[in-house]
Design a protein around this ligand. Structure first.
Ligand code: ADE
Length: 230
């Protein structure tokens, strides 16, 4: 069973969003579990300080290597440790698929200006970003990452929610979807989707996926073309 261990100064934020909907049901059903470790429990002063000013000066505070190191040492057994950070490697569906194969994933939620680099080195921690923007902390980012991982775990998605056709599965964005009513405010559902002709529907969907991907994600479109070459 997949287990996530999260290091945070806000353990009360977990499971948070992950306690709802599909991921919440899967948590209830015992398909995955989560433990939130309060980094402050490893502080050495009576204020529970976990941060200090940056060496070399500059804005903000830095998470101390000794405190975070103690928290990790006391709770780590084996497996991958990642840290959520805007300077991390951008998260992709390929990375999500790899994480979903792990039995145990450790996630450090950064706060302040960053984490002392020495603790990242010492524990071979991979920094991961959920996008090119800056959040106030890593907790929301960790929940985004875990949501993407949990839905890929065995038995979490039902047949009706298969991942086969969704965005990123073939380096293409998903085609547009429609449901009833077939006419709404003078707008009609594309005729081909009502034709019952499976081949024509598949061709139309592929064409739409290609158009959307070319328009919105030239980087992904290039990946798609490259994947077709081999
Ligand atoms: N912490 C702050 N910003 C972040 C981001 N974009 N991704 C991951 N963690 C973060």
């Amino acid at each position: 069973m997949f287990k996530a261990t999260v290091f945070t100064i806000f353990p009360e934020l977990f499971p948070g969003f992950l306690g709802y909907s599909l991921t919440g049901k899967a948590l209830e059903d015992g398909l995955w579990s989560i433990e939130a470790i309060n980094i402050r429990d490893y502080a050495t002063d009576k204020h529970g300080s976990v941060d200090d000013t940056p060496c070399g000066g500059g804005a903000g505070m830095v998470m101390r290597a000794d405190i975070l190191g103690s928290a990790i040492s006391a709770n780590y057994s084996k497996g991958k440790i990642i840290a959520m950070s805007p300077k991390g490697k951008p998260l992709t569906q390929d990375m999500v698929r790899q994480y979903a194969k792990e039995e145990q994933l450790y996630i450090v939620c950064g706060r302040f200006e960053g984490i002392d680099e020495r603790v990242l080195e010492a524990y071979d921690i991979e920094e991961v970003s959920i996008g090119d923007y800056v959040l106030t902390g890593g907790e929301q980012a960790a929940q985004v990452l875990l949501d993407a991982v949990i839905r890929l775990l065995p038995n979490v998605l039902g047949n009706e929610e298969s991942t086969v056709d969704e965005s990123f599965e073939n380096n293409l964005l998903e085609y547009p979807q429609y449901t009833r009513p077939t006419e709404w405010q003078g707008r009609v559902v594309p005729e081909v989707l009502l034709s019952g002709h499976h081949k024509k529907i598949a061709d139309w969907r592929l064409e739409q996926s290609i158009k959307t991907t070319q328009d919105r994600r030239p980087d992904l479109w290039k990946k798609y073309l490259d994947s077709k070459k081999v």
